[in-house]
Design a protein around this ligand. Structure first.
Ligand SMILES: Cc1cc2nc3c(=O)[nH]c(=O)nc-3n(C[C@H](O)[C@H](O)[C@H](O)COP(=O)(O)OP(=O)(O)OC[C@H]3O[C@@H](n4cnc5c(N)ncnc54)[C@H](O)[C@@H]3O)c2cc1C
Length: 419
């Protein structure tokens, strides 16, 4: 990392959003450095699908082919209220070159993006943590710590990261793609208020012989939203909303009922919880329940920044917004904004941007997220043509559909909802 030519943009965070930002900059010939405090790419499979719009973006970047080859294609969305099947939305009708959703693990996507970046001679600096950041009129001053592994052999080998060498430098622009606990956002004191109640979801991924017929299914009830995604390898992922769930107060380090994922403790669930939820909420599911590889309660907050940045430091992805997992909006809209931000920054650096290109990014992001999250009071989701069964669920439906922009508008219109 140190000793290379000075970067024009520092991207903090090599999740899907940071990687798309870095790749966009590299493709534009901007000198970019991307750092991540993790010691290697994530092995996690959190966000699991790419919207039609994301596929179009990846196609523009020349990597849609391998993504589509590796992914499982979903063509339709089954909608249920209670036990009743109400409608099927057809992704083929949204138009464009990729009228489907590609189910693919987040780690798989990150791997392909990392390879594409390497082709542009940009390597992610793993084990590098942004420690401090200060924005000045004509530059941003940053401190980056290089982490090194310290292994101490007790009865059970214990490994921890310690701070090795540190490095202070100035850079013209910074993109904070450092996730929901963003240090960039916190150090620059950008507000990140709650815009809705947090939701808890019981997430189960298991092997099954059920044939979903290339369809994802959304089950809406008066007090909960639930979704099941078919996965490529004979597995599926059910996410059941748990209204009224209380976070455990006593989270001890060695509690066998808790699971450590990226430094966060999640309550583990039992197979009996899954069987009960299936019986109560998905009476049509008559498939087998085989090996369960995920069984966690995950808390999803609803937050949106007041502004995505100013002057030389800008946010993208979970650093700027958090919402429900049903429609995989956080990651998919996040990668769109990474591309938009990186493009505005490249234009600014290369002198082809209007003076308010970055301010326009902020305005556009806030408008899209406020619309998606149903925060625009004037927005009417239902019309006289909306079927009665849809009306109470119109907001949840918009947030839960796997699309954004004009594709989301087209999908929601199939059930008379205005997105
Ligand atoms: C358990 C779990 C389940 C989820 N399930 C779903 C789901 O079902 N559907 C869905 O849509 N979404 C889900 N998500 C959310 C999804 O993972 C995120 O929306 C997505 O990862 C956002 O991408 P990002 O690049 O903005 O942030 P992240 O993927 O969080 O990446 C941020 C990166 O920044 C790095 N970083 C942080 N601080 C620093 C620092 N100071 N210096 C250097 N690097 C730093 C981190 O190591 C990380 O790699 C889930 C998340 C979790 C945790």
């Amino acid at each position: 990392m140190f000793g290379r030519k000075k970067p024009e943009v520092l991207v903090v965070g090599a999740g899907p959003v940071g990687l798309v930002a870095a790749l966009t900059l590299a493709r534009r010939g901007v000198r970019v450095q991307i750092i991540d405090e993790a010691w290697r790419p994530t092995a996690h499979a959190y966000a699991l699908a790419l919207h039609p719009r994301s596929l179009a973006l990846l196609a523009d970047m020349g990597i849609a082919g391998p993504v589509i080859d590796a992914a499982y294609r979903v063509d339709g969305i089954g909608l249920y209220t209670g036990a009743e099947r109400r409608a099927k939305l057809d992704l083929a009708q949204v138009g464009g070159d990729h009228p489907y959703v590609a189910v693919m693990s987040q780690s798989g996507l990150e791997g392909l993006l990392t390879e594409a970046l390497a082709e542009h001679k940009v390597k992610v600096d793993w084990n590098h943590r942004l420690a401090r950041i200060k924005s000045h009129e004509d530059h941003v001053a940053v401190s980056v710590d290089k982490l090194e592994k310290d292994t101490t052999g007790y009865a059970v080998t214990h490994s921890s990261w310690v701070v090795g060498s540190g490095h202070d430098f100035d850079v013209p622009f910074v993109i904070g793609a450092d996730g929901h606990r963003s240090l960039v956002r916190r150090q620059l004191q950008m507000e990140f208020p709650e815009v809705g109640k947090p939701q808890h979801f019981a997430v189960f991924e298991f092997a099954t012989d059920f044939d979903f017929g290339r369809e994802l299914r959304i089950m809406l009830n008066e007090s909960d939203a639930n979704v099941v995604w078919p996965l490529p390898d004979g597995h599926c992922r059910f996410s059941f909303e748990l209204p009224g769930y209380d976070d455990p107060k006593d989270v001890r380090r060695k509690d066998r009922h808790m699971f450590d994922l990226g430094g966060v403790r999640y309550p583990q669930l039992e197979e009996s919880n899954l069987l009960q939820l299936l019986k109560q909420r998905v009476p049509w599911f008559d498939g087998s329940v085989g090996d369960i590889r995920w069984r966690l309660v995950v808390r999803f907050e609803r937050r949106l920044v007041k502004t995505f940045g100013a002057e030389r430091v800008w946010l993208a992805g979970d650093a700027g917004h958090m919402t429900s997992p049903v429609g995989i909006q956080s990651m998919n809209v996040g990668i769109q904004e990474a591309h938009a931000l990186a493009t505005a920054m490249a234009d600014t650096l290369q002198g082809s941007a209007s003076s308010d290109a970055l301010a326009a990014y902020d305005k556009g992001r806030l408008a899209e997220w406020r619309g998606l999250m149903g925060l625009e009071k004037k927005l009417k989701r239902v019309t006289a043509e909306t079927p009665e069964w849809v009306t109470p669920f119109a907001n949840e439906l918009v947030m839960g559909l796997p699309a954004s922009g004009s594709e989301l508008t087209a999908l929601a219109a199939q059930v008379g909802v205005v997105a």
